[in-house]
Design a protein around this ligand. Structure first.
Ligand code: DI6
Ligand code: FE
Length: 409
C-alpha cells in the first residue's frame, strides 16, 4: 500500500471482507463489508463498516480495498531460518536411496550445517537468511519464529540468535527467537550426550538468558538426538531461567515427547507424526499447541501422518508452520505449507488458516499481540486478491498477496 500513513499513523481499510480469525467466532470469523482501523500500530476497530464508531475513523487516511479479503498477517511459528550454505548434496544422496537417519549417522545431516554455520560470520548469516525471510514476507508473513541449533556451542548459538534478532532491524517483521542448543551432538562432544546436555544447561542457556537472546527454549527429542530424560534436564534449566519451552517431539518415533512437553507446560510440541492418544490428551490438558509441519513430512517422504483426528477429538489446538531448514524442509512458503497440511493430512481450510494465524500466535505465546483481527492487537494484516479464503489453501505456487501491513504500516 504505497503512500505515507497519516501523521498519527491512523488508517482505515474499508470496503473489505474480513477473516478476523477471532477466537469463539464461527469458522473464520467472516465479516462482509468490513473495515479495519489502525492507530499508532494497533487495531482500534475490526468489524462491519456500518458499525465503525465515528471517532475511530475520523481524520484517518482511508484505503479502499475494493472488496478484497483481509486476514491477520501470517505467523510462521517454527523455522530454522538462520543457517549457512545448504544441503542439496544430501538431497541427492537421499534420492539415491539413503534415509535421513542414514545421512545423519554418516556425519551429514545437522552436523554438516553446524560446520557451515560456525565458519560464517554474524553478518554473513544475516545476509544469507534475508532472501529466505523475504520469501516468507512476500506471502503476507508478519511474524517469524527463528531457532538456533546449528551452533551447538555457546558462541555459535549466541551468534545465530543475534543474527536472528538482527533480521528485525533489516525488515518490517516481528522476530521471536528460540534457543535450540539441544538439537544435535556436535563433533567435539565425541558421542557423550549427557556431557553435552550439561554444557547446554550449565553454560549455553544461562549465557543466552543473561544476554536476553532467546524468547523460548526448544530441543530435539529423538533416537538420533536426545532422550526425554536429557530434554527434561534442559527444560528444568529453561524454567529456572524463566523461559517457556517447546519441543521437536515424536517426529521419527514415539519417545512420548508430546507428553513430556505437556508436563512442562510447553507452548507447543512440534512434528508429532508418532504421537499417541495419551500424548494428545496430555497436550489438550496442558494447553500445548500441536505444531503441524508438513514440509518435513513431505521432504523426507515420511508415511506416518500426525494424528490430526486425535488432536481434534481432544481439542488440541493446531498450528501449521514451514519448519524452514536446510535438511528436512527447505521450504519458504507458508501458503504451500497450508496446501500440504490440507492435501497430506486432511486438515480443513479453516484449520489451515487458523494454523498460520491465531494458533501460530498462540504457539509463540503472542496471542494477545497478533494472530487475529481484533481491537488491541498489532495492526498486522494481509490483504489478498481472492474471491474466497479457500483459494489461499487451494493454489500451489501462486501468490495472491495484494498488500501486507506490519504494525499499521
Ligand atoms: N527436526 C527437523 O526436521 C529438523 N530439526 C529437527 O529437529 C532438521 C534439521 C536439519 O536436518 O538440519
Ligand atoms: Fe524443526
Amino acid at each position: 500500500m504505497g503512500g505515507a500513513s497519516g501523521k498519527s499513523g491512523h488508517r482505515v481499510w474499508r470496503n473489505a471482507r474480513l477473516a478476523t480469525m477471532a477466537e469463539g467466532a464461527a469458522g473464520l470469523g467472516i465479516v462482509e463489508n468490513g473495515a479495519v482501523v489502525a492507530r499508532d500500530g494497533l487495531i482500534v476497530y475490526a468489524g462491519p463498516e456500518a458499525d465503525m464508531p465515528l471517532a475511530a475513523g475520523q481524520g484517518a487516511e482511508t484505503v479502499d480495498c475494493a472488496g478484497r479479503w483481509i486476514t491477520p498477517g501470517l505467523v510462521d511459528c517454527h523455522t530454522h531460518l538462520v543457517y549457512a550454505g545448504n544441503r542439496a548434496n544430501e538431497f541427492e544422496m537421499r534420492l539415491a536411496g539413503a534415509t535421513y537417519e542414514e545421512v545423519a549417522r554418516a556425519g551429514g545431516g545437522i552436523v554438516s550445517s553446524v560446520k557451515s554455520l560456525r565458519a560464517a560470520s554474524e553478518n554473513e548469516l544475516v545476509a544469507q537468511t534475508l532472501p529466505r525471510l523475504d520469501a516468507l514476507i512476500a506471502e503476507g508473513v508478519t511474524t517469524v519464529e527463528v531457532k538456533s541449533g546449528y551452533g551447538l556451542d555457546a558462541d555459535n548459538e549466541k551468534k545465530s540468535l543475534r543474527a536472528a534478532r538482527r533480521l528485525a532491524d533489516e525488515r518490517p517483521v516481528t522476530i521471536r527467537t528460540t534457543c535450540l542448543a539441544a538439537h544435535a551432538l556436535p563433533p567435539e562432544a565425541k558421542g557423550d550426550k549427557d556431557a553435552f546436555i550439561d554444557l547446554v544447561a550449565d553454560t549455553i542457556l544461562p549465557q543466552v538468558a543473561a544476554e536476553k537472546l532467546a524468547d523460548a527454549v526448544d530441543g530435539f527429542c529423538e533416537g538420533i538426538a536426545f532422550s526425554p530424560e536429557q530434554m527434561a534436564r534442559v527444560f528444568d534449566k529453561a524454567k529456572a531461567l524463566g523461559l517457556p519451552v517447546k519441543l521437536h517431539a515424536d517426529q521419527l518415533s514415539n519417545l512420548h515427547g508430546a507428553a513430556l512437553a505437556a508436563r512442562y507446560g510447553a507452548l507447543s510440541a512440534d512434528h508429532l507424526e508418532y504421537t499417541d492418544e495419551e500424548g494428545a490428551a496430555a497436550m489438550a490438558k496442558a494447553g500445548t499447541v500441536a505444531t503441524i509441519l508438513p514440509g518435513a513430512y513431505y521432504f523426507i517422504r515420511e508415511t506416518k501422518n500426525p494424528p490430526v483426528d486425535l488432536f481434534r477429538r481432544h481439542g488440541v489446538k493446531m498450528a501449521v508452520a514451514t519448519d524452514s531448514n536446510p535438511g528436512t524442509s527447505p521450504l519458504t512458503s507458508l501458503l504451500l505449507t497450508m496446501n500440504m497440511a490440507a492435501t497430506l493430512f486432511g486438515m480443513t481450510v479453516d484449520e489451515c488458516l487458523a494454523g498460520v494465524t491465531r494458533e501460530a500466535a498462540r504457539a509463540l505465546g503472542l496471542l494477545d499481540k497478533t494472530g487475529t483481527l481484533e481491537a488491541g492487537k498489532s495492526a498486522d494484516l494481509a490483504i489478498w486478491d481472492i474471491e474466497r479464503p479457500a483459494e489461499l489453501v487451494y493454489r500451489m505456487g501462486f501468490n495472491p498477496l495484494h498488500a501486507r501491513i506490519w504494525r499499521g504500516q
